[in-house]
Design a protein around this ligand. Structure first.
Ligand code: NAD
Length: 304
């Protein structure tokens, strides 16, 4: 294949996502502002470049971005040196970052003005989902852009959904992650209550997994160690998905709820709990470390 995929942002998620594209036989080049992340990408066999000018050429058929926040996506696509002015009309733009709906729409509009196809395509499933190529991908964009992106998205994910026009992917993702933030706190409350009641946490976890209290944090990503292998709680809460990222997503949920007069009392409470946790210097811990706040003096697990 002579056409090249350009991938920007090879952090916790971007690295395994780009690696899966590489393993599928595509020609792919990656860029990140972090030298450490570029070195990690090289270890996976990925071709790295040191700046965006070396990344985007006339052979670039697709650009995929996996960046932390809206301000990063905006700078990469629309900034002074933005890629919207570098790519050819035939190049497809896929922003997999979880960002605010307005920024997605702004990038989509700028792309449309240049007759370039663009989708927002945030993902769910965590680092493990990215590694196993089992992500859920929520797409906002035209039917034409969705069809064109589908084969590439299918390499990185298992379930690919067309949520609606540009911005709808992030809208769906924000709704999803608000529930995730709330249920992670709920799972922490249940397991830490079991601990204080002197009931074997492993038993309670097994019961909840099969009973009506099940949730993604219980079934896949428990907030306490010793329950499921390979989870951040088993690795001193190294992310995974950081508390800072969850805080960002809960802020996005609260902002857009305000814009449309939606009542989200638990979403508001979850934002308060995560904001405080991050202000206390825990933003780089995995978001499941919120169990420390819930557990208080009964929480005694290794944490970096
Ligand atoms: P991360 O911080 O590990 O990775 C982001 C990468 O982007 C970093 O390596 C950073 O150096 C790079 N970057 C920032 N600005 C850049 C720029 N201008 N040019 C090039 N590279 C730049 O974050 P992550 O956990 O991989 O998350 C990425 C996105 O995916 C976020 O929006 C997050 O909310 C979302 N997400 C994360 C998870 C998860 O479990 N980690 C799950 C689903 C969705």
């Amino acid at each position: 294949m002579s056409d090249t995929i350009a991938f920007i942002g090879v952090g916790n998620m971007g690295n395994p996502m780009a690696t899966n594209i590489y393993k599928a036989g595509y020609k792919i080049k990656v860029f990140d502002i972090s030298r450490e992340m570029l070195n990690k990408a090289k270890e996976n066999g990925l071709e790295t470049v040191d700046n965006i000018n070396d990344l985007i050429t006339e052979k670039t058929s697709t650009v995929i971005t996996m960046l932390p926040e809206g301000k990063h996506s905006k700078k990469i696509y629309l900034g002074e040196d933005g890629i919207i002015n570098k790519v050819s009309k035939n190049c497809l733009l896929i922003d997999c970052s979880t960002i605010d709906i307005d920024t997605s729409k702004e990038i989509g509009k700028a792309a449309e003005n240049k007759e370039i196809l663009m989708i927002d395509a945030p993902v769910s499933g965590g680092v493990m989902g990215a590694q196993k190529a089992s992500l859920n991908i929520m797409v906002g964009g035209s039917a034409e852009a969705f069809e064109k992106a589908h084969p590439i998205l299918k390499i990185m994910g298992k379930n690919i959904y067309h949520a609606g026009k540009v911005g709808s992917g992030n809208g769906a993702k924000i709704c999803n992650n608000m529930s995730l933030g709330i249920t992670m706190i709920a799972a922490s409350e249940s397991l830490m209550l079991a601990k204080r009641l002197n009931i074997d946490i492993k038993k309670v976890h097994e019961i909840m997994k099969n009973a009506s209290g099940n949730s993604w944090p219980i079934a896949v990503y428990p907030p306490l160690p010793g329950l499921i292998e390979g989870t951040p709680s088993n690795n001193k809460y190294k992310p995974g998905f950081s508390a800072g990222m969850m805080n960002k997503d809960l802020k996005l949920a609260n902002e857009c709820a305000k814009n449309v007069n939606a009542s989200i009392p638990l979403g508001e409470m979850a934002l308060n709990i995560y904001s405080k946790f991050c202000e206390e210097g825990n933003d780089t811990k995995d978001f499941s470390a919120i169990s420390k706040v819930i557990g208080g003096d009964a929480w005694d697990y290794p944490i970096n």
